[in-house]
Design a binder for this molecule. Structure first.
Ligand SMILES: Nc1ncnc2c1ncn2[C@@H]1O[C@H](COP(=O)(O)OP(=O)(O)OP(=O)(O)O)[C@@H](O)[C@H]1O
Ligand SMILES: [Mg+2]
Length: 360
């Protein structure tokens, strides 16, 4: 089921939490709704679910305008950060709960005990909790509870699955495992899924597409790779990437980019004027005398590679270098730049300047 937001706005008194969003969540895809804390992710998700009403705009599920419908009329599955399972019920009863007051569309009657058992067993198998059906939620680990919450959201065979930071209560290892599980479950069911997270790596690792918000506004909607390689503005470039991109204020003139402190950078460009140059850490490669000469401030090994930090004038820079090369603090290094990992931004509007490098 495709989900389309058209001019969606949410105001709390004078404060605009969600600001004219026009976004399409593709049918059958897993979309990551990403952005910093307070950017409007949950508010957007709650409007899609019907738990929060909209101030302006429309929400479509396929061709159907669902803007005024209650959550029950939208056929959605919801999973929140705090699993909110019923503590006094068994896992099986928790999973079956959404069906207990519903009629079986095939028979027109309430679900029988046998039908419920069959349905529960089917989704329990999908999320791999068949062994736990007789337990109570208090006897489960965090990851197991979250699997049960997902099973409960899926049992109605929703058109849309909405997940709001479902993994943030889990420890790092479980998070990784559950991330992959959500990806697997989504692939198997093909249910259109929106996964809210503020963790860029989580969004990049499991989603088909990322929708990045800031201050209630859409920044960019793209695949993770496209967003990383071709950010549309300063915010997008700064939000994605670990270690993050470095920025230097530059003046571009006569084909050259010179930093605000007067250091010439190995970045040929046909742009004329002031700009902010964004440089991904992997753009730096040790070069010949033509490179920019810097002095190493610190080195941090990451096993497969290392982060080398230095300054160019006032700007603090992080470069990623091969693990084999040994850098010494205080050592002078000459660096060249891969210009396809560098981006120019307008210093005022912070939009991307597209006519940048001459060598891509
Ligand atoms: N009921 C409310 N009344 C007033 N302001 C609200 C209300 N709910 C949310 N907000 C504000 O709207 C903005 C967006 O909130 P929202 O919960 O959507 O952010 P979020 O992106 O989900 O953040 P987080 O990552 O911290 O969960 C925030 O500034 C928040 O303070
Ligand atoms: Mg939130």
């Amino acid at each position: 089921m495709e989900i389309r937001l058209q001019g969606l706005v949410k105001k709390f008194d004078d404060f605009t939490a969600v600001d004219h969003l026009n976004i399409t969540f593709e049918d059958g895809e897993l979309t990551g709704l990403l952005g910093p804390s307070g950017c409007g992710k949950s508010t957007t998700l709650y409007m899609i679910s019907g738990l929060e009403n909209v101030t302006d705009g429309h929400i479509y599920f396929g061709d159907r305008d669902v803007t005024g419908l209650s959550p029950n009329e939208r056929n959605i599955g919801l999973v929140f950060q705090n699993y909110a399972l019923y503590p006094h019920m068994t896992v099986a009863d928790n999973i079956a709960f959404p069906l207990t007051n519903m009629k079986n569309p095939q028979t027109g009657k309430k679900y029988s005990k046998n039908e419920l058992r069959e349905k529960v067993s089917e989704v329990a198998q999908l999320v791999q909790v068949e062994e736990l059906l007789k337990r109570k939620p208090g006897q489960l680990s965090g990851g197991q509870q979250q699997r049960v919450a997902i099973a409960r959201a899926l049992i109605k065979q929703p058109d849309v699955l909405l997940l709001d930071e479902p993994l943030s209560n889990l420890d790092a290892r479980l998070r990784l495992e559950m991330r992959r599980e959500i990806r697997r479950i989504q692939r198997e069911t093909r249910v259109t899924t929106i996964f809210v997270t503020h963790d860029q790596e989580e969004a990049m690792s499991i989603t088909d597409r990322i929708v990045l918000l800031n201050g209630g506004k859409l920044q960019q909607a793209d695949t993770a790779q496209k967003m990383y390689m071709d950010p549309c503005n300063y915010f997008v470039a700064s939000f994605l990437g670990n270690p993050p991109i470095s920025f230097i204020r530059v003046l571009c003139r006569n084909g050259r980019a010179v930093s605000e402190d007067g250091v010439e950078l190995p970045y040929p460009t046909d742009y004329e004027g002031e700009a902010i140059l964004g440089i991904r850490p992997e753009a730096w490669c040790e070069g010949t005398d033509q490179g920019v000469k810097v002095r190493v401030d610190s080195v941090e090994s990451r096993g497969q590679d290392q982060m080398v930090r230095f300054h160019i004038g006032k700007a603090q820079i992080t470069a990623l270098a091969d693990a084999v090369r040994e850098f010494k603090i205080g050592e002078e290094v000459s660096f060249l730049l891969r210009t396809d990992r560098c981006y120019l931004f307008d210093p005022a509007a912070r939009n991307r300047i597209r006519t940048g490098s001459t060598a891509v």
